[in-house]
Write a protein that binds this ligand. Structure first.
Ligand SMILES: NC(=O)c1ccc[n+]([C@@H]2O[C@H](COP(=O)([O-])OP(=O)(O)OC[C@H]3O[C@@H](n4cnc5c(N)ncnc54)[C@H](OP(=O)(O)O)[C@@H]3O)[C@@H](O)[C@H]2O)c1
Length: 280
């Protein structure tokens, strides 16, 4: 790990120097939400570890930009899909089959968030949209990819949930409850898919400024978390999470170190759940 500034920006870990058992040149990892902050950092780490990655973005240019940045040739195979659209998910599976890519890892980092809204202003459509992407889309994507993993008799699925599933954020009823549903979905699928050697777990990040949280929307690229400040009150480790903090937990769950772990959620939030925040 390099200096503190880098660490805060989420680029603190030199992934080229890291070895994770079970994550190597034979790994094919599908990453949903790959254009986002956590998703793209996960792709950087996986590429550095030598895997083949399939970054799935809603907009093709995001996947192409990431492929250019990673410069890993045919080890990066960008695809597009909208989690709210069953047809586009089916197309991804068809394209994977066509290219004879059988995923051993699926990381779902895609989600719709909401800027905190007064409960009375949240429409049924807005509420449903969040569930459609964050829960139903996740279910469909896992179902589709697990069908491919099943033939190999192994697989690792990691969903990116949120601390908002357990700890109420004011004005985030749709988002928070959709993430609680995602954790529960992970547990149910862990049981259903255990038979096929597929593990299903989740990681719950704390709050880090990204586009999802309304930061840096215009910049169009993964933004940088703010440095620790008074806003980090209520976090025992006294800083906001950096992207690599989340990536580390995701990769652990994808590695063979976690072969006997399924249906768990790992909170990655500096211990924030343990203490009462000074304010909200
Ligand atoms: N940042 C935090 O504080 C925080 C805290 C807890 C949990 N999380 C979770 O961490 C994950 C990654 O979030 P992030 O912070 O990296 O935010 P982000 O940069 O906004 O990434 C979210 C990604 O989800 C994609 N997405 C949204 N709707 C989609 C759809 N219908 N189909 C396909 N992709 C879709 C977005 O693509 P577009 O660019 O096309 O919209 C974006 O790439 C999310 O699951 C989020 O809920 C984040």
């Amino acid at each position: 790990v390099t200096g503190d500034d880098d660490k805060r920006r989420g680029r603190g870990v030199d992934w080229t120097g890291v070895r994770m058992p079970g994550i190597d040149g034979t790994t094919v990892a599908v990453v949903l939400g790959a254009g986002g902050a956590i998703g793209s950092q996960t792709c950087r780490a996986l590429t550095a570890l030598g895997t083949t990655i399939v970054p799935v973005t809603r907009v093709a240019s995001q996947g192409e930009e990431l492929a250019d940045e990673l410069a890993a040739g045919d080890r990066v195979v960008p695809m597009t899909a909208d989690l709210a659209d069953s047809d586009s998910l089916r197309s991804v599976v068809a394209e994977l089959s066509e290219r004879r890519l059988i995923p051993s890892v699926l990381i779902n980092s895609a989600a719709v968030g909401v800027s905190r809204a007064d409960l009375l202003d949240v429409s049924r459509e807005q509420f449903s949209r969040l569930y459609d992407v964050n829960v139903v889309g996740a279910f469909e994507a896992i179902k589709a990819v697990a069908g491919m993993m099943r033939s190999a008799g192994r697989g690792k699925v990691v969903n990116v949930a949120s601390v908002a599933a357990q700890r109420v954020l004011v004005g985030s009823s749709a988002y928070g409850s959709s993430k609680a549903a995602l954790i529960s979905l992970s547990q149910h699928l862990a049981v259903d898919l255990g038979l096929y050697g597929i593990t299903v777990n989740s990681v719950s990040p704390g709050q880090t400024p990204t586009r999802l949280r309304g930061w840096d929307e215009s910049a169009g690229r993964p933004p940088e978390p703010t440095p620790p400040s008074a806003t980090a009150d209520g976090i025992p480790l006294r800083r906001r999470g950096a992207l690599d903090d989340y990536v580390g937990a995701i990769l652990f769950l994808c590695s063979s170190l976690a072969d006997y772990i399924t249906g768990v959620d790992i909170p990655v939030e500096g211990g924030a759940r343990l203490v009462r925040a000074k304010s909200y």
